[in-house]
Design a protein around this ligand. Structure first.
Ligand code: ADP
Ligand code: VHF
Length: 244
C-alpha cells in the first residue's frame, strides 16, 4: 500500500470539499490490500479467492481512508455497489438519494464495487467489473460535472508507452469520432485490471452523457487541484469537437 499517495489523495479531496466542491471518490484497492494482508504477491485466478481477498482488504482500505481523511477534518462514508444496482430504477434511486444526502452533509462518499457479491455476469466474465466503468456510471448518474480518472500512467498515448518508448501523450480527445481513432490495450501493471480499454469505455460513457473526463497520473494526487484549475495535465476527453 502506498500510504503517502493515500494521504495526499485525502488531502487533495478534502481541500476540494472545503472549497465547496461536491466530491465523490470511486476507489479500487480492496483486492490489492487483501493480497498484502495475506502476504500474497500474485492475484489468485479463482474468483472465490479474489472475492475473499476483497472482503479482507475492503475494511482495511476504509480504515486507512478513515484515518487519513479525519487527519484533514473530512468525514467519509462507504458505498459498495454492483452494476445491477444501476439496472433497477428503485435501487438506483436509493443510491442516488444516499449520495445526495451525504453531499448535502459535506460527507465524501467513497465507492467501490461490492466485489464479494459481484457475479461473473455482464461483462465481468472471468474477472470483476472494472472501476473505470463504475466511476463513469456513478458520474453520469449523479450528473457530475467532471470525472477524473487517476491511473498508473500520465494519460492516453498514441500507442502503449510501456511497449513503445517513443509514444506521445494525447492532450485532448474531442468527441466520439476522435475517440474512435485511438489505439489502446490491456493492463500495464500486476495490479491494474482493465488497462486503457476500460478507461476509454468510461470516456465513451461520459461523452455520450455530454460530460468531460480527465485521465491523469495518480502518482501525486495533488494533480487533482491542477485539473480543477484547468491546467493541461493528462488527457482531457471532451464530449464534442472544439470544446476545449
Ligand atoms: N494508448 C495507451 N496509452 C496509455 N496507456 C496504455 C495505452 N495502451 C495501453 N496502455 C496501458 O494501460 C495501462 C493503464 O491501465 P491499468 O494498468 O489498468 O491502470 P490502473 O491500474 O491505473 O487502472 C498503462 O499503464 C499502459 O500500460
Ligand atoms: N474492485 C476491485 C478493483 C477493480 C478495478 O477496477 O481495479 P483497478 O484496475 O486496479 O482499478 C478492488 O477494489 O480490488
Amino acid at each position: 500500500m502506498n500510504l503517502q499517495t493515500i494521504d495526499r489523495l485525502a488531502y487533495a479531496l478534502t481541500a476540494m470539499n472545503n472549497a465547496g466542491r461536491e466530491v465523490v471518490l470511486v476507489t479500487s484497492g480492496a483486492i490489492g490490500v487483501g493480497l498484502a494482508a495475506q502476504h500474497l504477491t500474485e492475484r489468485p485466478q479463482a474468483i472465490a479467492e479474489q472475492q475473499a481477498l476483497a472482503a479482507i482488504g475492503q475494511s482495511s482500505l476504509m480504515r486507512l481512508y478513515g484515518e487519513r481523511f479525519s487527519d484533514y477534518g473530512a468525514a467519509i462514508a462507504q458505498l459498495l455497489l454492483t452494476h445491477d444496482v444501476f439496472d433497477f430504477p428503485e435501487s438506483r434511486q436509493h443510491v442516488l438519494d444516499t449520495i445526495t444526502q451525504l453531499l448535502a452533509q459535506h460527507v465524501i462518499p467513497i465507492i467501490n464495487e461490492n466485489d464479494s457479491v459481484a457475479t461473473d455476469e455482464l461483462d465481468h466474465k472471468t474477472t470483476f467489473g472494472d472501476n473505470d466503468q463504475l466511476s463513469a456510471l456513478v458520474a453520469t448518474s449523479i450528473d457530475a460535472d467532471l470525472l477524473i480518472v487517476l491511473s498508473d500512467i500520465a494519460g492516453l498515448y498514441d500507442q502503449n508507452p510501456r511497449r513503445h518508448p517513443d509514444a506521445a501523450l494525447i492532450p485532448v480527445v474531442a468527441g466520439p469520432a476522435a475517440l474512435g481513432q485511438v489505439h489502446a490495450s490491456g493492463a500495464g501493471s500486476r495490479f491494474g485490471t482493465g488497462g486503457m480499454v476500460t478507461k476509454l469505455n468510461a470516456a465513451r460513457t461520459m461523452m455520450a452523457a455530454g460530460k468531460q473526463m480527465v485521465l491523469c497520473s495518480g502518482a501525486d494526487p495533488k494533480i487533482l487541484l491542477q485539473v480543477l484549475a484547468g491546467q493541461p495535465v493528462g488527457t482531457w476527453f471532451e464530449a464534442k469537437e472544439g470544446q476545449s
